[in-house]
Design a binder for this molecule. Structure first.
Ligand SMILES: Cc1cc2nc3c(=O)[nH]c(=O)nc-3n(C[C@H](O)[C@H](O)[C@H](O)COP(=O)(O)O)c2cc1C
Length: 395
């Protein structure tokens, strides 16, 4: 087991990941769209809200369980869907799913995973597994992926709606990351500088590919062929009819990820989805997109009475999680923190991350005077009203 005695927070995991991964791969996780302004704002948005704790309260017993879809989550966070995880650690999807199941929190498997949804489900029994769907132009492929997720026992289907355009991530362009890492002298040097990664991920086993798509496409199933299919089949025409069709097909819980506009939230609720995830894809897609935390009050006020509102993008601390729950979110998702944690340390790293976040949530909840998360409310928050035009529903 790796030594985590000096790993106290997400930044510590990030340092470990930077030391383990070749620089272009680390940059691919870390980077955002264009000038990375939205990426940075995802973090600073939390600083504009501070706590007004209640300290004359008995908090000698505390519980951070939340109930979602009639079942408990041991902590109010889940692991967000991320593609190509096995580039960071062999079978990282399985490692993450097993760590999440052991911690009692949901794991969301990406369409673009390198381990198939069936294998992940078999390897992590008894937990809450959700499958994230990128909607393709070919309805037969969507149908087949949805049917497979149902057959494999996934509890929820999460449709991502914010990645229909190909994002402009300038770190990746500079580093020569397209379908593959370009074999430039700089990249070769970056890979050779990380021999442990080179052995673990590249030399000791077959290169990861898009395992969920292997059974869906006719023709060659090399990584390049599948990645090409993936990119060329993005469904830019996705609309409410597509959403309703998927609602009809999928009998389990249906979530939509990528909402930032209250109008979309209403439309999704009206289409019969079971929950929404506010997200700007971790600042990776639309530069200038608001932080989900900034639009949370407005969207909670709009739809939280009808459906649960979850969110991701920028959550790194238990205090961030508590702020979102106090505004009215049901739970949050962690993206990059889990990607850093799995890099080089696998399941143990992810377990340590989840335990660290759980500990932070517990501490903040105790400081605030809340025995349960249901006791959180906006009265515990001080909103930064310095900005022109700011009010209680804006952050
Ligand atoms: C390396 C990486 C790959 C991702 N791949 C996917 C994906 O396949 N599907 C998806 O819906 N979101 C994907 N996302 C977005 C995450 O699900 C999530 O929205 C985002 O990471 C949350 O922000 P955070 O990283 O600041 O926690 C990816 C994010 C990262 C960092």
């Amino acid at each position: 087991m790796a030594d985590f005695s000096q790993v106290h927070n997400v930044d510590d995991f990030k340092r470990l990941a930077r030391d383990y991964l070749p620089r272009p791969i680390f940059d691919w996780i870390e980077g955002g769209a264009e000038g990375e302004v939205s990426l940075a704002n995802n973090r600073t948005a939390f600083d504009r809200v501070r706590f007004k704790p209640r300290t004359i309260v008995d908090v000698s017993t505390r519980d951070q369980t939340v109930e979602l879809f009639g079942k408990p989550m041991s902590s109010p966070f889940a692991i967000a869907p991320m593609g190509n995880l096995s580039l960071f650690w062999p079978n990282a999807e399985v490692a993450m799913a097993q760590a999440a199941v052991a911690a009692g929190v949901p794991f969301v498997l990406s369409t673009a995973s390198a381990v198939s949804m069936e294998t992940v489900a078999e390897s992590a029994p008894g937990g809450r597994l959700w499958f994230q769907l990128y909607v393709f132009k070919d309805k037969k492929v969507n149908r087949s992926l949805v049917d497979r997720a149902a057959a494999a026992g996934y509890e929820a289907l999460m449709i991502t709606t914010d990645t229909h355009m190909f994002p402009k991530r300038e770190r990746d362009r500079r580093n020569g990351i397209g379908l593959n890492l370009k074999k430039t002298p700089r990249n070769i040097a970056a890979v050779l500088a990380r021999p442990r990664w080179l052995w673990d991920v590249v030399l000791s086993r077959p290169m990861p590919k898009l395992a969920n798509l292997e059974r869906e496409v006719s023709g060659p199933t090399t990584y390049e062929a599948l990645a090409n299919y993936f990119l060329s089949q993005r469904h830019q025409g996705f609309d409410l009819d597509d959403l309703k069709r998927l609602r009809d097909q999928w009998k389990g819980k249906l979530l939509v990820k990528g909402i930032l506009n209250v109008e979309d939230a209403h439309r999704a609720a009206g289409a019969g989805v079971d929950g929404i995830i506010l997200s700007n894809h971790g600042g990776r897609n639309l530069e200038g997109a608001a932080a989900p935390f900034e639009v949370l009050p407005e969207i909670v006020d709009g739809v939280a009475g009808r459906i649960p509102v979850l969110l991701d993008s920028g959550f790194r601390r238990g205090s961030d999680v508590i702020k979102a729950l106090a505004i009215g979110a049901k739970a949050v998702m962690l993206g990059r923190p889990a990607a850093y944690a799995v890099s080089g340390t696998g399941r143990d790293g992810v377990s340590h991350l989840l335990a660290t976040m759980k500990d932070e949530v517990d501490r903040v909840q105790g400081y605030l005077g809340c025995r349960t998360l249901a006791e959180l409310g906006r009265d515990l928050l001080l909103f930064d009203r310095q900005r022109p035009g700011a009010n209680a529903t804006m952050i």
